[in-house]
Design a protein around this ligand. Structure first.
Ligand code: LLP
Length: 428
């Protein structure tokens, strides 16, 4: 099921739960990300329920999808931990109230400082991306008088059948260690003092709609677990990553119930605690980007609807040719065919090409849908535009959970001191 319980029309005006998006635009301005607490909760529960057949498990939300403290706090209340990829995301998860032991640290380029920060905080485990990272982590932990809980991330060489820019499990990808090398690396790292190797991790990509590639990857991991045990290693944990996709065309999301049953079937004899790191599946449908039409300008084949939201606010269409539904906040029943674009000075700042949309004119409000994952988290202040505000709605209340920040405030700029002195000298 894919329809967000959070967004729908009331009295002809699109609402987030009980709050009119027009009133949010009036109070907060545009562009603004608006999240629905009900939608987040529903997806979090759907995912958890789907995993009911798996006896021992932990679910960690992939913070990169949406690092909003409010979103993380809500998911913490739903019993979720966090999958992080940087010291900044560690801070976000801890700030949101998550316990360090419920945090998994992934990422192909962690710095020694970040590894030390994670150990100091006491994260649940660190997913190692190479043998060298394991050696460095062991040395850091030994210096700190600790033993670092770690899993070895394995690249199973399975194509997830998703967009090339978000596939991670093929042999030419930078992630994990080749599955053929894994037993040797595991053996060597397991002997290192300072490292407590507990199992393996896998993540083959994102926006995966078919379960077959996931099943193929998990089967390979099962064989590896058996091989590691045969070598005498106690394997207690397996992190199965994230990756379940959603339908951005308002159809069927990846079948999460079938996913749960597949996982239970494939892992039945593994005798481990399984970990999951969903991001998109939990958050995508729970957010819209609320925007205002600045101009409607004639084009060769159809008009350009120019929004006040651009590729700096929502990068997915420019980066991956991603589709996001576009709708008027107060549709009048008429439609138009238009190119929907942002104000940024790049041709890739385009949300839709000759698409049939609600008729919109100058000053009208609109939304880009399904942007709760990888929306605000990928925003920048390119073109020296402000960083978009974020609002959370719950029932008939809303709160600004991240303010709009002017580019100059976000990245204060300084002239070299010797120029400033010159300038002062001249002024004197
Ligand atoms: N675990 C690891 C190790 C990951 O690298 C990722 C996502 C996840 C979990 C969560 O995957 P999800 O459940 O969200 O598919 N910016 C792209 C998506 C990049 C995903 C990166 N890794 C987009 O907007 O489509």
């Amino acid at each position: 099921m894919s329809a967000a319980p959070g967004f729908g029309p009331r009295g002809g005006v699109l609402h987030a739960e009980g709050v009119s998006l027009a009133s949010i635009a009036q109070a907060v301005g545009t562009p603004t990300y608006v999240y629905s607490a009900a939608s987040l909760r529903a997806a979090a529960r759907r995912f958890r329920e789907a995993l009911e057949p798996v006896p021992r498990k932990a679910i960690a939300f992939a913070v990169k999808a949406n690092p909003s403290r409010a979103v993380l706090h809500l998911l913490h209340e739903e019993g979720y931990g966090a999958d992080i990829v940087s010291g900044g995301e560690l801070t976000a998860a801890l700030d949101a109230g998550m316990a360090a032991r419920d945090i998994a640290f992934s990422g192909v380029g962690k710095t020694p400082d970040e590894l030390a920060q994670a150990l100091r905080a006491g994260v649940g485990h660190i997913n190692l991306e190479s043998e060298r990272e394991g050696e460095v982590l062991a040395a850091i932990a030994t210096r700190m008088g600790l033993s670092a809980p770690a899993l070895l991330r394995v690249n199973p060489d399975v194509d997830a059948g998703t967009h090339a820019k978000i596939t991670t499990g093929t042999s030419d990808s930078k992630f994990g260690v080749a599955i053929a090398d894994a037993p040797g690396i595991y053996d060597r790292l397991a002997r290192r003092p300072g490292l407590s190797l507990r199992g393996v991790a896998v993540h083959i990509g994102s926006q995966i709609m078919a379960l077959d590639p996931l099943e193929a990857a998990y089967r390979r991991i099962g064989e590896l677990v058996a091989a590691l045990r045969a070598q005498g290693h106690a394997v207690g944990d397996v992190d199965l990553g994230g990756g379940l996709g959603v339908d951005y065309h308002r159809g069927q999301d990846a079948d999460v119930a079938a996913y749960g049953m597949m996982v239970a079937r494939v892992t039945r004899d593994w005798d481990v605690t399984l970990m999951f790191e969903p991001g998109r599946y939990i958050a995508a449908h729970a957010g819209v980007l609320l925007t205002r039409v600045l101009w409607v300008k004639p084009g060769e084949d159809c008009p350009f609807v120019i929004l006040d939201a651009g590729m700096n606010d929502l990068a997915r269409p420019a980066l991956y040719d991603a589709w996001h539904d576009i709708a008027a906040v107060a549709p009048n029943g008429a439609t138009m065919r238009a190119h929907v674009v942002g104000p940024v000075c790049e041709s890739s700042d385009r949300f839709a090409r000759a698409r049939l949309i609600d008729r919109m004119g100058e000053g009208d409000l609109a939304v880009l849908r399904d942007v709760g994952a990888y929306g605000a988290s990928m925003a920048s202040c390119y073109n020296s535009r402000a960083l978009t505000a974020e609002v959370l709605v719950e029932g008939d209340r809303f709160a600004i959970v991240a303010p709009r920040i002017a580019a100059a405030e976000l990245r204060p700029q300084h002239l070299p001191s010797w120029w400033r002195e010159d300038a002062l000298g001249q002024a004197a």
